[in-house]
Write a protein that binds this ligand. Structure first.
Ligand code: COD
Ligand code: ATP
Length: 215
């Protein structure tokens, strides 16, 4: 039994933690894995769900950060909240102390649902898997890796922000050179999308399906 979780038929569900720095390419890898048939739980998506209007975490965030972080329709203005937490470690810890337990609870619920449905392999995509101490939730870790310069360039382009703002976001996470050491598999995404596609295909075929894979 892996990770203490069994499917209904007794077959264990194998959970692969997919992590990496901001804009390393996790979502791109997750989409490729989905195209091969993988089931993905996206912690960023869970983080959005748990702060929806009237959720307990929503009320705690408004109490902690005030109404200035709200949009006119009372939903959380994510850009405004991001501006606060990416330049203030103390504020970031306060936000995480609210969101992380709620994300963890939601992730466990999703995993239980998938287990009941007989899913054998689940990809748990979480940017802060290691920083949040959530590695015990997964059976193995795959790290999507890019070097600092590629990371800065992709964050700037995708989020339309300055180099300084990109560096600030990157500094809020464990450095990629350190994070990559946690991976049983490191997916080097410094190359082209074509190269990434090929690497993910090989990983899927050797580590998940096929003779040596999990299913
Ligand atoms: C700060 C928030 C409001 C910014 O929202 P926004 O929609 O602009 O970005 P999004 O949620 O898509 O996150 C983009 C990326 O930012 C990075 N990031 C998000 N939160 C954090 C954080 N607390 N510390 C470091 N990096 C973070 C991640 O790499 C993530 O993939 C939002 O990210 C948030 O609520 N963060 C706290 C919850 C959390 O820890 N999420 C990560 C899931 S494990
Ligand atoms: N090999 C590649 N070549 C060029 N661009 C890429 C490559 N891989 C990903 N990208 C682009 O880089 C950006 C970041 O990728 P992606 O959103 O998948 O990263 P992420 O790790 O999920 O980010 P975040 O942590 O912010 O959620 C996106 O605009 C994506 O299209």
């Amino acid at each position: 039994m892996l990770n203490g979780v069994c499917t209904q038929g007794g077959e264990p569900v194998h959970i692969i933690g997919l992590t990496g720095g901001i804009a390393s390419g996790k979502s791109t890898v997750a989409k490729l894995l989905e195209s091969h048939g993988a089931v993905v739980i996206d912690a960023d998506q869970l983080a959005r769900e748990v702060v929806a209007l009237e959720e307990p975490a929503y009320n705690d965030i408004v109490a902690a950060f005030g109404k200035s972080i709200l949009n006119e329709d009372r939903t959380i203005n994510r850009t405004a909240l991001g501006k606060i937490i990416f330049c203030d470690p103390e504020a970031r810890r306060r936000l995480e102390s609210i969101t992380h337990p709620a994300i963890g609870k939601r992730a466990e619920e999703k995993l239980a649902e998938l287990k009941m449905a007989g899913t054998r392999v689940v990809i748990y995509m979480a940017p802060l898997l290691i920083e949040a101490g959530a590695t015990s939730r997964v059976d193995e870790i795959w790290v999507v890796y890019v070097d600092r310069e590629v990371q800065v360039k992709r964050v700037m382009e995708r989020d339309n922000i300055t180099r300084e703002e990109a560096l600030q976001k990157i500094a809020a996470q464990m450095p990629m050179e350190e994070k990559r050491l946690y991976g049983s598999e490191v997916i080097d995404n410094r190359g082209t999308l074509d190269q990434l596609e090929k690497r993910v295909k090989v990983l899927w075929e050797t580590k998940v399906t096929g003779k040596t894979g999990k299913i």
